[in-house]
Design a protein around this ligand. Structure first.
Ligand SMILES: Cc1cc2nc3c(=O)[nH]c(=O)nc-3n(C[C@H](O)[C@H](O)[C@H](O)COP(=O)(O)O)c2cc1C
Length: 216
């Protein structure tokens, strides 16, 4: 079976590619020696529209935290809500020793990134290459915020304007251990009206226009 080509998306499509705003992710990093690491994250969220920023939290002392601090780069790879890749997500979430390549352990394929050193994961349809903007230690966790510097997607997962095709992308959320490691699919769309006609509607439309305008 031939694999879809990756489309390198232009900057004006990056925001629409990370949707819903919070998605299950596998984060790839490299350590100071260039060794590849991958781990799974339920906390990965798009936190700014333009420029596009992506955030997640990880435990202090974990390989991802150490690598992000050491190298200042990561890639957020968003898997589909499909059994095989979700099984691989669970393997990547195991506590392997530093220096172990979780992609190999999980049977996943490293694909060189366009800009950053950590690789993309071939089996994921969407990738966000990030330069670390800031990190903050808090409650035993490391909050990481990265600026997206490149984004790519399987060619069959977006329309010509870069909007996600939900039934192809099949974005997933992680329910966490209390739900026995369940994963929820998030790809049904319901477009709803806003039955209100006060002045806040125009105000909101102006705000949104500003918020999404690409800055030079
Ligand atoms: C589906 C899934 C979601 C996870 N989400 C998170 C998360 O959001 N934050 C976190 O710190 N760990 C999360 N974990 C656990 C990490 O993946 C795990 O601690 C892993 O060993 C970290 O690897 P590292 O040492 O290579 O960074 C998750 C695990 C799984 C399987």
């Amino acid at each position: 079976m031939s694999l879809p080509q990756k489309l390198n998306q232009p900057r004006e499509y990056w925001d629409r590619l990370f949707a819903p705003s919070s998605c299950l992710a596998m984060i790839t990093t490299v350590d100071a020696q260039g060794r590849v690491n991958a781990a799974s994250f339920g906390t990965c969220t798009r936190v700014n529209h333009e420029p596009v920023y992506v955030a997640f939290t990880t435990s202090i002392g974990k390989d991802t935290a150490n690598n992000v601090v050491a190298t200042g780069e990561f890639v957020a790879n968003l898997p589909k809500w499909e059994r095989r890749i979700l099984e691989q997500v669970r393997i990547a979430g195991l506590p392997f020793a530093p220096g172990v390549n979780e992609l190999e352990k999980a049977g996943l394929t490293a694909l060189p990134s366009m800009i950053v050193k950590p690789p993309r994961i071939r089996e994921c349809p969407r990738h966000f290459e990030c330069a670390v903007e800031w990190t903050k230690e808090w409650a035993g966790r490391l909050m990481v915020v990265g600026k997206v510097v490149a984004a790519s997607v399987d060619e069959d997962c977006v329309d010509p304007e870069g909007y996600v095709l939900w039934d192809r992308v099949k974005s997933a959320h992680f329910c966490g251990a209390p739900y026995n490691n369940g994963f929820v699919a998030a790809y049904q769309t319901l477009f709803v009206d806003r039955p209100y006609d006060g002045p806040e509607v125009q105000k909101q439309e102006r705000l949104e226009k500003e918020m999404f305008t690409i800055k030079p």
